[in-house]
Design a protein around this ligand. Sequence first.
Ligand SMILES: [Fe+2]
Length: 291
Amino acid sequence: MTASASQPQVHGIFDPATWTVTYVVYEKEGSPAAIIDSVLDYDPKSGRTRTDSADKVIAFVKEKKLQVEWILETHAHADHLTAAPYLKKHLGGKTAIGDHITTVQKVFKGIFNLEQTFSTDGRQFDHLMKEDERFAIGNLTGQVMYVPGHTPACVAYQIGDAVFVGDTLFMPDVGTARCDFPGGDAKALYGSVRKILSLPPETRLFMCHDYPPNDRPVAFESTVAEQRAKNIHVHDGVSEQQFVEMRTKRDATLEMPVLILPSVQINIRAGEMPPKDENGVAYLKIPVNAL
Ligand SMILES: [Fe+2]
């Protein structure tokens, strides 16, 4: 591995509407690239989508003359819609997510009473990532880490010295992701976080979100060493039991994310809209008293 292949370039694009960071990972200008956790803008009041966020990704990819090989998701997000199909149409690349997405698809097929023909075998994605699977982005090598807890299907992507942690850790002053969605598990999240924090101390960690407290500017890059020393929920010395108690208590106070209903219905379809009704319009469902 060359020096640059072990230290990829990482460009983060922050979406202030959903607090999400989309990453473009690449070796150098003109090289193959991966996009991680993209955003399709969605207005819940009108049901309209826009592509401003995704267009920023496209502009960056074009500016750097990158060839997109992968459009990756760390999990089926509950707070924003993925722009994977739009990015694939404009930039190419294969869509992928952790293979336990099938569990999430089965759960939500039931909750939303989705059409019989909705497949729960993950076929909506071009590729399903297995635990420890390796994949190439040109000279870069990616490796999949299972990091369940926030959802049962969460994965992190380790690419050189960078790890895209998804919804596990947040910045040290924010803590960790919630574990109260269907299939979430605080004990599992603790184990996933310890797995990430057992990597070398200088490992770069890239968050999927930032919710900056007070006046702190948005930030989304940390290190294993910094998280072990300062993460308010899981710094070294916090036991599994302490974490689970804290997380469970805190989750009981959190409201559902504004976009959970549209996000889940679209993201388990790899970003495609539901089948259109006979009038040519696609509809999303709102289950009453079911979540
Ligand atoms: Fe999430």
